[in-house]
Design a binder for this molecule. Structure first.
Ligand code: 13P
Ligand code: SF4
Length: 320
């Protein structure tokens, strides 16, 4: 399966050198590179598949590669490992965590769950394997509404960890969910005031937003959806200008696929010009190359947690 004579670009290797070296390593390792839309454009360009959390999980579940190189954050690579215990799953930077997943520590969540013993637990995929192991069904931003709609109306539900997605699901389904009060540092920092000002500057632009944003921001959106759903929406729309209220990495794909349309990143509060996810952006093309070359850092999980986390992920895949 593995060979040892791997090409080694110099420390000053250009992106082009790295692209070539990564392509060679893909063949040598029988590896697939899966990337989220919030990754650096270079990483998106070298990926075999780019997608939202659901698409990436589906692709990880179906792959026949021996090695999965996951260009995303830890919970995503962990999900790939849960689905593929016998494959090598690499994450270019093991420190690429998630502020939302961090808002839900397992001990505190166990106590929360114990306080609601008759509740079914639906957890957003942006959580640790330990939280998944305590959940009944996993969901993503693209199937959360669909999954909650399939649960009998008289069944009480805990929704964790993102309160903003939870509120959005409540509004869409009319269900009363018990929400864990977590949120994403990237999506809660968009400024409603600056968004309204931007809309006045671009009156023909449509606002497309991710449901992890807070309600006062979502109120202005013409369309709300997962990253893949936002991409499909701007492709299908006859409009030519869009204000994009999510991590700006997605704009790389929007611009690449629709070069004649204008995509304007929504502004955050404060003086920062953009809202890049500091966790996602820990991965770089160089680190991705090094991970493939050294076959590490690798995702490793205790088997008991992996097995407990697998069932709710499989339920999600069946219900999607
Ligand atoms: P999706 O790509 O599934 O919409 O998720 C967004 C996100 O925040 C991933 O961390
Ligand atoms: Fe986590 Fe938010 Fe970054 Fe997504 S954008 S990985 S939810 S911190």
């Amino acid at each position: 399966m593995f060979t040892t004579a791997l090409s080694s670009p110099s420390p000053q290797a250009t992106a082009v050198d790295l692209f070539e070296a990564i392509e060679t390593l893909k063949k040598e390792l029988n590896a697939v590179v899966l990337a989220h839309y919030y990754q650096d454009p270079d990483i998106q360009d070298v990926a075999d598949y780019i997608g939202d959390s659901l698409g990436l999980s589906q692709r990880a579940a179906a792959t026949e590669a021996d090695v999965i190189v996951f260009a995303g954050v830890h919970f995503m690579a962990e999900t790939a490992k849960i689905l593929n215990p016998d494959k090598l799953v690499l994450l270019p930077d093991l420190a690429a965590g998630c502020s939302l997943a961090d808002t839900c520590p397992p001990e505190a969540f166990a106590a929360f769950k114990a306080a609601h013993p008759d509740h079914l637990v639906v957890s957003y995929i942006n959580c640790s394997a330990a939280i998944k192991a305590m959940s009944d069904i996993i969901c993503t931003s693209s199937n959360a509404v669909k999954i909650v709609e399939q649960i009998p109306a008289d069944q009480p539900i805990i929704f964790a960890p993102d309160r903003n997605l939870g509120r959005y699901v409540m509004a869409q389904t009319g269900r009363d969910l018990v929400l864990w009060q977590g949120s994403c540092m990237v999506h809660e920092i968009f400024s409603e005031k600056k968004l309204v000002q931007l809309q006045m500057e671009y009156p023909h632009a449509e606002i497309v937003a991710h449901p992890e944003c807070e309600e006062p921001v979502l109120r202005h959106a013409h369309y709300i959806g997962s990253t893949t759903a936002l991409l499909k929406y701007v492709q299908a729309s006859d409009r030519h200008q869009f204000i994009v209220v999510t991590e700006p990495g997605i704009i790389h794909q929007m611009q690449k696929q629709l070069p004649d349309k204008l995509f304007i990143p929504a502004p955050p509060t404060g003086n920062c010009a953009c809202n890049e996810c500091p966790h996602m952006r820990l991965n770089t093309l160089e680190k991705l190359y090094q991970a493939m070359k050294n076959r590490q850092p690798e995702i490793v999980l205790p088997e008991a947690i992996r097995q407990a986390a697998l069932a709710p992920i499989q339920r999600m895949l069946a219900m999607s």
